[in-house]
Ligand binder design. Sequence first.
Ligand code: MMA
Ligand code: CA
Length: 331
Amino acid sequence: MEENEYSGYWEPPRKRCCCARQRTQLVLVGLLSTAMWAGLMALLLLWHWETEKNLKQLGDTAIQNVSRITKDLQKYQSNQLAQKSQAVQMSQNLQELQAEQKQMKGQDSQLSQNLTQLQEDLIDVKSQNSELSQNLNRLQEDLVDVKSLGLNEKRKASDSLEKIQEEVAKLWIEILMSKGTPCNKCPKNWLHFQQKCYYFGKGSKQWIQARFACSNLEGRLVSIHSQKEQDFLTQHINKRDSWIGLQDLNVEGEFVWADGSPVGYSNWNPGEPNNGGQGEDCGMMRGSGQWNDAFCRSYLDAWVCEQLATCELSAPVASVSPTGPTPRNES
Ligand code: MMA
Ligand code: CA
């Protein structure tokens, strides 16, 4: 060992010693730096991990928020839709209500119009009724006057009175029928046709006797005014020659009906009226339904009476009826 120390030449051990220390130092430094790096890396990793975690959390929160907002939005949109449809429904309801209101207003005015019309009609009917009653009263007064006249004047007055009464009765029926009252009532054993009732009498009679028989039944010998009426009569006389209410007793050749009207419609047998034989002034219907003027005092086996049909009054409207002031007793 000493040799080595005194040679003064052998330096390497020192060097070795120095190198070792350096090496140690280097190793230490290396270790230290490695540790530092490791720590740094760890820190970095930690930081990165933390950041990543935070980011993830943030992302999650954001996703949650977005989904919540989306849900809210959807809810809002559906609410909006519901509100819209509600609004549409409400406006429809409003329109319907307005239409109903309009309709009701229309109905209301229609109703009030109808009511006014009805009131007017009522006044009309009342005035017509009072007019009829007045007419009838006047006629009755005239009748009293007629009683104090001479025979000829009496007949004339009576004829015109009958005509007027006839007109009044027809007018009365027309009024009632126009108000919807059925006017087709006939006495027992009388047949109804159009506005009249007919009685087909059997038994041998002269014209004047037949006229009297009808008058006893509160009718008169038939007056024929249309083909339809003629057809109805032809159908019911059963081919029997029958007296009818036609005569030219006052003026030869001027036939008039028992209801006071002139001859409009006619159904004369060809060649009639011919005023044949000792004079023919009374009208008859042959079994065929065709008319002939015949000798008034001849006897025929049938005769036809008529009277106006009466109306089915549900309540007494006035004290007058087509046949006069006292209503007819049917049964
Ligand atoms: C009868 C009689 C008359 C009628 C003629 C027609 C003979 O007299 O019914 O009225 O005009 O017949 O031939
Ligand atoms: Ca004749």
